[in-house]
Design a protein around this ligand. Sequence first.
Ligand code: FES
Length: 178
Amino acid sequence: MAIGSGDTIVTIKKAMAKAAGEPDVVAAVKKWKNKRGSLIMVLHEIQNSRGYVPRDVSLYLSQELDVPLSRIYEALTFYHYFKLEPPGKAVISVCTGTACYLKGSPALVEEFSKETGAKVGTSTEDKLFHLQCVRCVGCCGLAPVAIVNGKTYGRLTTSDIKKIVNEWREHFSTDDAK
Ligand code: FES
């Protein structure tokens, strides 16, 4: 896919490489590639796991599914279900698929809620955190799993949660992350 100047191409390649390393994106593509309606199904999975569909993921999908980027944005803007912007600066997605559920994800949800102050499906008042439960994100071997802004945390226990929340608080308190 050749688009624009050298700088633009480098930026696009970096964005696609980032998305290519994210387990939920890779799992969704693997699951739906070459199936009918694959684009919408993959977009649904990404929306579910992230709370929105990031641009770097759209770029990656365009290449992997061989669909023009314009077609992807047509779908994203046509259906109200899809969001292009994150509902909070840090979107915490706790997997409550079967493997994660059996390994204790409900307790993780509670702990994330306690540490952030966000209830499931809502954002904190300052929009720093958004908490949501999602279906299997495709890395059951790491259960129980949570994803925060594309970063996967596996084999979690409730004692890990405070550290993760603080990590993201610090991340967004630095000037360059605002
Ligand atoms: S059930 Fe959580 S990653 Fe599969």
